[in-house]
Design a protein around this ligand. Structure first.
Ligand SMILES: [Zn+2]
Length: 382
């Protein structure tokens, strides 16, 4: 069985396979330019975390990209390495020359892309896809036939593209919501319709222009998609892509689909990728935010101290994080007591209550939570 053999349809709680495109769509985010070493480090970390396939670059970009793809292909990774190609014979030949085991052959599926971008019609797209899929199969490659702007395409033409790809021996069909125009019900229906048209495994590539990329990926999974094309931290064109960490954790914690991805790596992966992208690590973001597991408000902290399940859906350690409790304007006596006890300055409940007005005033004055030293200083003053 090859690295990417998978024609198994999704069943209840079946795993979803991940084709991560941080190194392709992620790097296409405006202003992002990974170095060779950064790309190698990201690829190796994704592989170590258990990603099934790495969409690692575009051979048509030139010699440097081809050199990187060739290096990755011979790096002994467990993951399949996929090169992204336009539906052009030269692109496919360049990909084959890199020694990768897989190609994505991308063809516009919508009339607005075909006409507006390429000045072509549907017949050209069908023919180009057929020829390139056949060429890639002849070269022994796993082939993902990628329908760009599929969400704005005529569904009957999309079905025709999928059937053509299948007839030429493609291994997978990728549905791209290139502009992020779908909502979950539409994503479900679109994948359902595709499943009726082809027996190829379906992959989805969802963009986040309306903040729905993760929701749409989950909806597609429920409709039978078996592959998700994600990026770390959602890095990608415009508002980005479905974030790897969000899809993995939402499936796990909401849908009870145990990940084969090592979730404890998700936050460090985000840090690695965003640093290489020259972008700040978000304070507030699902799974990866620096303050995502930080609590202040009195009612929440009181609940958490009694039973973490009151306000945490999962133990932060599952994603390599730890719970943080800060003392600030909204803190209650329990949090103040717990924090001071942890700092070796225990107070009783009455003292904690008496401290609260000073804590609130200080947090209001500083417009933030208090540091440990500031909290201890208040005890000393009182
Ligand atoms: Zn994209």
């Amino acid at each position: 069985m090859g690295k990417t053999d998978d024609r198994t349809p999704a069943t209840d709680n079946a795993p979803l396979r991940y084709d991560d495109t941080t190194l392709r769509d992620g790097e296409q985010a405006a202003g992002v330019a990974f170095s060779y070493d950064e790309k190698l480090a990201i690829a190796r970390r994704l592989d170590a975390a258990g990603i099934d396939q790495l969409e690692a670059g575009i051979p048509a970009m030139g010699a440097d990209e081809q050199r990187f793809l060739a290096r990755l292909a011979s790096d002994g990774l467990r993951a399949s390495v996929l090169a992204w190609c336009r539906a052009l014979p030269g692109d496919v030949a360049a990909a084959a020359g890199c020694g990768v085991d897989a190609v994505g052959i991308s063809v516009p599926a919508s009339d607005v892309h075909l006409r507006g971008k390429l000045g072509r019609g549907r017949a050209w797209a069908l023919d180009a896809l057929r020829r390139c899929v056949a060429q890639a199969k002849e070269a022994g490659l796993y082939v993902s036939a990628d329908a760009e702007d599929a969400s704005r395409a005529d569904p009957s033409f999309l079905a025709e593209l999928a059937r053509a790809a299948e007839a030429e021996g493609a291994d997978r069909f990728r549905f791209c919501d290139t502009l992020g125009v779908l909502e979950p019900a539409g994503a479900f229906d679109a994948v359902r319709a595709l499943k009726a048209a082809t027996s190829l495994p379906i992959e989805v590539h969802m963009h986040d222009d309306f903040g729905l990329a993760t929701a749409n990926t989950l909806a597609a999974y429920h409709a039978g998609a078996t592959w998700a094309n994600t990026t770390v931290a959602g890095l990608g064109e415009r508002a980005g892509n479905a974030a790897l960490e969000q899809v993995v954790m939402a499936l796990w914690r909401l849908e009870r689909v145990e990940p084969h991805i090592d979730a404890t790596q998700l936050r460090s992966l985000a840090s690695l990728v965003l640093t290489a992208a020259g972008r700040p690590l978000p304070e507030v973001a699902p799974v990866i935010g620096s303050r995502t597991f930080c609590h202040e408000s009195g009612i929440h902290v009181d609940g958490l101290l009694k039973d973490p399940a009151t306000y945490e859906l999962y133990d932060p350690a599952l994603v390599g994080a730890r719970r943080e409790i800060v003392v600030g304007k909204h803190s209650g006596a329990h949090a103040v007591r717990a924090q001071l006890a942890a700092l070796g300055r225990p107070v009783d409940e009455r003292e904690a209550r008496e401290l609260l007005p000073a804590v609130r005033a200080e947090a209001q004055r500083r417009k933030r939570a208090l540091t440990d030293a500031e909290l201890v200083a208040l005890v000393t003053c009182n």
